[in-house]
Design a protein around this ligand. Structure first.
Ligand SMILES: [Zn+2]
Length: 167
């Protein structure tokens, strides 16, 4: 075997690495998740400079670079600000459970918040019936099933008595 060959063959070794991990949610996210788990409530945090209410709460307002300290209870209802209809299966990153398509995935601005929460919007068989501005409510798991993460939210669902504009 020559040591002077210009190119050495490189062997690929395919392996699958399983890397379980945990990370600390921190003071702000922990408080947010504990309120959600124990009391079924959503809390955002208000910037003392620009007044915007962030959800999930962040310790610093990114545009203002100031510390947020005023907790604000938000509504359990909100407004759909954007959505998409999913025609491909999506594996929920928090549960590992697949959601069978088609379904609607949307951004919801809870009443009192200035940022959105992205989640499934349950519309039944009429998955293409959403519109921007549609009013929705959050559906949580029962208290005894909640574990303190965003999978405690099952989905959002539309409020009754609304009609799609232009229909
Ligand atoms: Zn601010």
């Amino acid at each position: 075997m020559s040591h002077e060959s210009a190119e050495q063959e490189l062997i690929r070794i395919p392996i699958t690495v399983d890397v379980p991990y945990r990370f600390a949610a921190g003071n702000y996210m922990s408080r947010f998740l504990i309120e959600l788990r124990d009391n079924g409530k959503f809390f955002g945090i208000r910037c003392p400079s620009c007044g915007r209410v962030q959800l999930p709460p962040r310790i610093v307002c990114a545009p203002c670079h100031v510390r947020n300290e005023e907790w604000v209870e938000l509504g359990l209802e909100g407004t759909l600000t954007a959505f998409t209809v999913m025609y491909l299966p999506l594996t929920d990153p928090t549960t590992g459970e697949p959601h069978e398509p088609p379904f609607t995935y949307g951004s919801v601005r809870l009443d009192g918040a200035d940022s959105n929460l992205d989640h499934i919007v349950r519309l039944g068989d009429d998955y293409d019936s959403a519109w921007v501005g549609m009013r929705v409510r959050v559906v949580l798991r029962p208290r005894e099933e909640r574990i303190g993460d965003l999978s405690d939210i099952i989905h959002f669902e539309p409020l009754e008595g609304q009609e799609k504009p232009g229909k």
